[in-house]
Ligand binder design. Sequence first.
Ligand code: DC
Length: 230
Amino acid sequence: MKKITIAIDGHSSCGKSTMAKDLARELGYIYIDTGAMYRAVTLYALNQGLLTERGIDEEGLRRQMDQIMITFVINPEKGRPDTYLNGECVEDRIRTMEVSKHVSQVAALGFVREAMVDLQRLMGEAKGVIMDGRDIGTVVFPDAELKVFVTASAEIRAQRRYDELKAKGEACNYDEILQNVLERDRLDSTRKISPLRKADDAIVLDNSHMTIEEQKLWLMERVEEVLGNK
Ligand code: DC
């Protein structure tokens, strides 16, 4: 069967990755969470003391970029990929509030984006890939056969994030999460390099009032259309 490239972009915490991961498993495609890659760089910077409340040591991070190795390894229990930073599984550590607070700042740096986009293009060059992020349909794979732009209200996204952290037993506060969601929307949409925006040829999915099951069905129908099965 013909393999295509599927680009899923949209706001933070709108459930992009859940639907993308499930679709990848069903299609036998590779799933790449590009947000996880920016989160891994952020964790690296925090670990190395390059990122503190005072700000970011840009030159230090630039010098160390070639020491950051990011890979994805399928977790056999979950059937989904985990993120590895320099050989160590960091899947949980990159999802903490500390990383969330700093990641937009790191993702706005041109040299970080260049390195990540190069890696993403390499990971997706053989097609049969679903990539989720902010600039996949606009910058990384502008020729993707299917582009989806996902959104939901900020309050609903904050609630989903709250439920997720709570389920993991992490201490969290709804208002703090909502502020983080709003602030990341602002930073991601207004940054100079590759700001979050819908590609002209992307299909919009507002999933504020949809279940995960409904989203999966909706997405599968779009795939079938592109593959010419519908
Ligand atoms: O999808 P996420 O919330 O895990 O993404 C984390 C951050 O990374 C988000 O604030 C924006 C940034 N990001 C980006 O700039 N470009 C991408 N392709 C993916 C994520």
